[in-house]
Design a protein around this ligand. Structure first.
Ligand SMILES: Nc1ncnc2c1ncn2[C@@H]1O[C@H](COP(=O)(O)OP(=O)(O)OP(=O)(O)O)[C@@H](O)[C@H]1O
Length: 513
């Protein structure tokens, strides 16, 4: 009745003026400051609203020290590409939080939207926002720091909740519907450092290096270095280079950008791809020696300046020239250049964004240009080697559930005696273990047998190579000494030595077999 009377008697202008006056008086006497963080800022989404929502979701779901929720009603959501459920503050509910010893209160306000303001996209029917209440005496010092803390925390939660993404560059550099040159799929590779079979000391070293990198923002800023790191993984096929990349991504919670170099035509395309990668990501170029021919470096004619030209091995033909491209300095050959690739990892462009890891893999490190290997570009060279005994123990644990104590000392020492000379990759060994995973004894027996066979094959090959090398050497020497007399006798002596060694090693081999 009073409201109707008020609406009839008092004109709206007067009501509005009265409300404003009341608010001013309230603000004067209130000991609190209020901050509104609305979901939509004009027509754009307010990033801060999303950050606060995520931050409060972590506070609401856990009873962390200093955080108290005045309600027991929480909203639950699961985002796109996310396997985690997030808690949220229900509509018009409150939550108090403590930051640096200062108490604040958050309130979630949801009201129906009065009228649809004009916008190029439909706005939600409800107007949502958070109100932050801070005591006036605390407000000057805390606000900025608190909001930055919330933003960082929200990013961390988002990364933790969201599944990793695996990106690949679109074919021929084409853009997707959103103008993005990368296509993505959820990244669900289960490899972790626990399942990765490699020397535990080396593994720990890599994990520490990665952790230092991820926590090193202040260090990189202080030392004036771009916040990035390069790893070169090299070794025979099947030694776990791809598994290592997946383990790195899972360890740090980073996305992976798998760069298919053969789909990139120019250096500028390469730069554009780099610019479209996000921070906290691993940019991978697998089998770099196969993607482009990095040994084909030439000196440019006349000037003596380095051209660093590399040829495209897709068809053995040069790339398609793009008129006006400043990178067409390749004597008309418009394929990407080594210098372009080096700039990608090390130049000014490599710093557009931060916290990025570059990983190159190769089966043949000797084929790579030294310029690509110098420190600063590839900070850590990681040799993924054949399976050693410590690595084998990890495989036995993951595939058969065998702890070192579960294997008899005899079998264990037999495995240790043959594993190094057998030169088998973890991929080969895991095949034997997978095949026999229902019967541990059979798996170990078969593994030992395979390792022994491989060891004796390797010995025979080594011997043949040794004999062939010595024969070649002797042949060369004979050719050099041919005018002189008696040269053959000396060579013959060398040949006898080899024969003796050969026989000796064959006897040893038979004993083992
Ligand atoms: N070090 C390892 N630890 C655990 N599993 C491994 C390891 N190496 C290889 N494997 C197993 O072998 C398979 C092939 O390994 P992966 O693809 O990682 O090797 P790679 O070195 O990248 O090979 P390529 O050079 O051919 O790409 C994987 O599925 C993985 O399960």
């Amino acid at each position: 009745f009073s409201q109707t009377l008020l609406h009839t008697v008092v004109p709206p202008e007067l009501r509005f003026a009265f409300l404003k006056l009341f608010q001013r008086l309230f603000n004067c006497f209130s000991s609190y400051c209020y901050y509104e963080i609305t979901e939509i800022d004009g027509v754009n989404t307010n990033e801060l609203y999303n950050a606060v929502q995520l931050y409060l979701s972590s506070s609401a779901s856990s009873t962390t020290a200093g955080t108290t929720s005045s309600s027991n009603r929480l909203s639950l959501t699961r985002g796109l590409n996310s396997s985690a459920i997030t808690f949220g503050l229900a509509n018009n509910d409150r939550l108090s939080d403590v930051f640096n010893g200062v108490s604040v209160v958050w309130e979630h306000n949801v009201t129906p939207r009065q009228s649809q303001t004009f916008s190029w996209r439909p706005l939600p029917e409800e107007k949502r926002g958070f109100t932050l209440r801070i005591n006036k005496r605390d407000q000057p010092g805390i606000l900025e720091e608190y909001l930055e803390f919330i933003t960082n925390k929200a990013m961390e939660i988002r990364r933790k909740n969201q599944d990793r993404l695996l990106y690949t560059n679109s074919r021929g550099g084409s853009l997707d519907s959103r103008g993005h040159p990368w296509e993505s799929v959820p990244f669900k590779h289960p490899s972790t450092f626990d399942t990765l079979a490699m020397d535990p000391i080396k593994k720990r070293e890599i994990m520490c290096d990665l952790r230092d990198f991820a926590d090193g923002q202040a260090f990189y800023k202080r030392t004036g270095r771009a916040w990035k790191r390069g790893y070169l993984l090299y070794g025979p096929p099947g030694t776990g280079k791809s598994s290592m990349i997946a383990a790195m991504a899972n360890f740090l919670g980073y996305d992976i950008y798998d760069l298919e170099l053969t789909e990139v035509n120019t250096n500028s395309e390469l730069r554009k791809l780099l610019m479209k990668t996000s921070s906290k990501s691993i940019i991978v170029i697998e089998d770099i020696d196969c993607s482009i021919n990095l040994t084909n470096r030439k000196k440019s004619n006349g000037t003596g300046a380095r051209n660093d030209s590399v040829s495209d091995t897709r068809s053995g033909s040069p790339g398609i020239p793009i008129p006006g491209d400043p990178d067409n300095n390749n004597g008309g050959n418009n394929s990407i250049t080594l210098s372009g690739l080096l700039n990608f990892t090390d130049g000014l462009w490599s710093c557009c964004g931060s916290e990025r890891i570059f990983v190159f893999t190769t089966n043949h490190i000797d084929k790579l240009d030294p310029a690509l290997l110098r420190s600063g570009r590839m900070d850590m060279h990681i040799h993924m080697s054949y399976c050693s005994f410590p690595s084998l123990k990890i495989l036995l644990k993951t595939y058969l559930g065998c702890e070192p104590g579960d294997i008899s000392p005899d079998v264990s020492s037999d495995l240790a005696a043959v594993i190094d000379e057998a030169e088998m990759t973890p991929a080969d060994i895991s095949e034997v273990l997978i095949k026999n995973r229902r019967d541990n004894d059979k798996a170990l027996r078969e593994l030992l047998e395979v390792l022994r066979k491989k060891k004796s094959v390797n010995r025979r090959l080594r011997r043949r190579r040794l004999v062939a090398d010595v024969e070649d050497e002797a042949e060369e020497k004979r050719a050099l000494d041919s005018p002189k007399e008696g040269g053959g006798a000396a060579n013959g002596g060398g040949g006898d030595d080899v024969e003796v060694n050969y026989k000796k090693s064959e006897e040893e081999d038979n004993g083992i077999d």
